[in-house]
Design a protein around this ligand. Structure first.
Ligand code: NDP
Length: 313
């Protein structure tokens, strides 16, 4: 371990982390950014992003994240591979331990670790993971060309996954547990218009069936209790996300779902000099543009903290 603390470590390489890095680097804070297990974050496993301002024709999520990274690097951000698996926020400077075993001391930290896909929690879903079960249509949809697949979820992610799969697959069965979708109007309209997307309202998954790979999905109608078996080779879970806040649990104030709590209107957490940006602290908006916005706020908050840190600690 180097005994020299760095000014700022940014944990996470999604829109929030890279934007924080851009601002912090331009402010001369020489930030080090750890990209985490999925460099580029969730946008690298999505398709076209149509709602990020400035890209008038839309942009592939992965390409957009390459742009974010390059812009942060241009001003001197040091980008490192690896995840922070353990921290000690009880000491100052703060101690961060990377999965490689490297120890880093930091005067300030921005947590921008994002969120990960949720799973239903069925043993059969786990058993068939990678054998027909997926949480990423863009990554795995190709394997189900001209086949029948099932998507579960009623939000924008489920709508987007269904639309993507509908272009490749023969039929997409979309299972929505309530009587309506939660997805935005425009996404719902696109889903309703696709003739090869069949929507099943009031429907939950009972079991993923098959010998060695997915062969069918057993579902139950929650009102009539009727059980149906839908033959399908692919099963895509798109039921939302959970915050990647686990390594910080012993120290951080989090809400009941694990989202890091921040002081309203800021990115300040319950610990001096530790800031949170993006989906790890946002259960509500969860957009690339809002994540980038809070990344900017976190860098400005960190800069202000560092100007005064000896007085505060
Ligand atoms: P959401 O939390 O918005 O939706 C999750 C959906 O999954 C809900 O319909 C929910 O049902 C359903 N669900 C949750 N748990 C279960 C379960 N155990 N069984 C069955 N269904 C379940 O998550 P999303 O990932 O869809 O979206 C997150 C955010 O990202 C949103 O703000 C969204 O607008 C945004 N987004 C925007 C996109 C775009 O603009 N192109 C694309 C993708 C995401 P219920 O409604 O009954 O609670």
């Amino acid at each position: 371990m180097s005994n020299q603390p760095v000014q700022l470590v940014i944990i996470g390489g999604g829109p929030a982390g890279y934007t924080a890095a851009l601002y912090a680097a331009r402010a001369g804070l020489h930030p080090i950014l750890y990209q985490g297990p999925q460099p580029g974050g969730q946008l690298t496993i999505t398709g076209d992003v149509e709602n990020y301002p400035g890209y008038r024709n839309g942009v592939m999520g992965a390409v957009m994240m390459e742009d974010f990274q390059a812009q942060a690097e241009r001003f001197g951000t040091i980008i490192k591979e690896g995840s922070i698996t353990k921290v000690d926020f009880s000491i100052y400077p703060r101690l961060l331990i990377v999965d490689s075993g490297e120890h880093v001391l930091a005067r300030s930290v921005i947590i921008a670790t994002g969120a990960s896909a949720k799973w239903l929690g069925l043993p059969s879903e786990k058993r068939f993971y990678g054998k027909g079960v997926s949480a990423c249509a863009v990554c795995d949809g190709f394997f189900f060309k001209n086949e029948t697949v099932v998507v579960v979820g009623g939000g924008d992610t489920a709508a987007q996954e269904s639309l993507y799969l509908a272009k490749l697959c023969k039929t997409v069965h979309l299972l929505v547990r309530k009587g309506q979708m939660r997805a935005s109007k425009i996404m719902q309209e696109r889903v309703f218009k696709r003739s090869n997307i069949e929507i099943w309202f009031h429907t939950e998954v009972k079991e993923v069936l098959g010998q060695t790979v997915v062969e069918a999905i057993e579902v139950i109608h929650t009102l009539s209790k009727k059980i149906t078996t839908i033959p399908a080779t692919g099963f895509f879970v798109a039921i939302g996300h959970q915050p990647n806040s686990l390594p910080f649990f012993p120290y951080m104030a989090v809400d009941s779902q694990g989202y890091i709590q921040i002081q309203p209107g800021t990115t300040k957490t319950n610990i001096s000099g530790i800031f949170a940006a993006g989906d790890v602290q946002d259960a509500h908006y969860r957009q690339a543009v809002t994540a980038a916005g809070t990344g900017c706020m976190a860098a400005l908050d960190a800069e202000h903290f560092l100007q005064n840190y000896e007085d505060i600690i």
